[in-house]
Design a protein around this ligand. Structure first.
Ligand SMILES: C[S@@+](CC[C@H](N)C(=O)[O-])C[C@H]1O[C@@H](n2cnc3c(N)ncnc32)[C@H](O)[C@@H]1O
Length: 279
């Protein structure tokens, strides 16, 4: 009913498989970069929470050739898709994909050396419960690396319309705002829908399927469950600049005072990149 946005929360059926392929391709640079910023030992046992199309699981398995990587997702279709993508690694007992919700994962305490999650936490209603569960399954000293947008992001990441997620749900302005920006050519997943229908479907979806929190709220929930929280958003900006061969600019963006500006920019353009540690 909604278009592709509902598929990002719980991909199902033919459209879900299409979205899985899109995510495997589209999230590649971000995940590859994110994974260079956490230490992965060859024998690590790793969990990918909300593994979607399963490519991150394969990439992690390459980095931990003597360990094991688990992927969980609550969409049965994504689990099936991920199993196909990781068929060989599953046969070698290096990968396991399980249909499970992140709120109740069923692994024993202190089981994983590393937990990762990409573009999932903005779809989670009870963030505190989920973080408590992730911290439970991490071993002491283990890290949780996650990427997801906070409320500060300027362009809503699923529909592509600036600041529409900042309006209160009851605001009458949201609908004309969507129509105005869509008429100016903004917006993703237009799918041949009439503008009004597209706008109302996306708004309904936004209200049901996303839970945007401010950065201070997120930080406070993380720090109730983890002993430390590190930010590496400025590294993402530097990585993008290096990709464009602006090496001097990349170095500049990492330098002491400027890195706070880079961090601010990244949070507004793409989202948060956090590494939390269990005591
Ligand atoms: C936007 S996709 C991201 C997929 C993948 N992490 C990637 O980077 O391509 C979000 C995924 O998280 C899964 N998901 C969302 N909430 C979940 C939950 N509470 N428990 C398990 N999986 C969940 C969805 O089914 C979907 O596959």
């Amino acid at each position: 009913m909604f278009g592709l946005m509902d598929q990002f929360k719980c991909p199902t059926g033919r459209r879900g498989r299409y979205v899985a392929a899109l995510m495997n391709r589209g999230h590649k640079p971000l995940t590859l970069w994110g994974l260079t910023h956490v230490k992965i030992e060859p024998e690590f046992v790793i969990l990918d929470v909300g593994c979607g199309g399963g490519k991150t699981v394969s990439r992690l398995a390459q980095r931990a050739p003597r360990g094991k990587v688990f992927g969980i997702d609550y969409s049965a279709d994504m689990v099936e898709y991920s199993k196909k993508v990781n068929k060989k690694l599953i046969a070698e007992n290096r990968v396991e994909i399980v249909e499970r919700s992140v709120g109740k994962m069923g692994f024993s305490d202190d089981y994983f050396d590393l937990v990762v999650s990409n573009q999932v936490l903005e779809h989670v209603a009870a963030l505190g419960v989920v973080l408590q569960e992730i911290q439970r399954v991490l071993r002491p000293g283990g890290k949780f690396c996650c990427l997801f947008p906070s409320r500060e992001v300027i362009r809503e990441v699923h529909c592509g319309i600036p600041i529409v997620h900042w309006f209160p749900v009851e605001s009458w302005l949201r609908y004309p705002w969507m129509i105005l920006f869509r008429s100016m050519g903004f917006g993703y997943d237009k799918g041949g829908k009439p503008i009004r229908r597209w706008a109302s479907d996306f708004l309904e979806c936004l209200d049901k399927l996303t839970f945007y929190r401010t950065y201070p709220e997120i930080r406070s929930i993380f720090l109730k469950n983890f002993s430390s929280l590190e930010h590496i958003e400025e590294e993402y900006i530097a990585f993008r600049l290096e990709g464009k061969r602006c090496i001097t600019c990349a170095q500049f963006s990492r330098s002491a005072p400027v890195k706070y500006v880079s961090r601010w920019l990244c949070r507004r353009m793409s989202g948060l990149v956090l590494v939390a540690t269990k005591a």
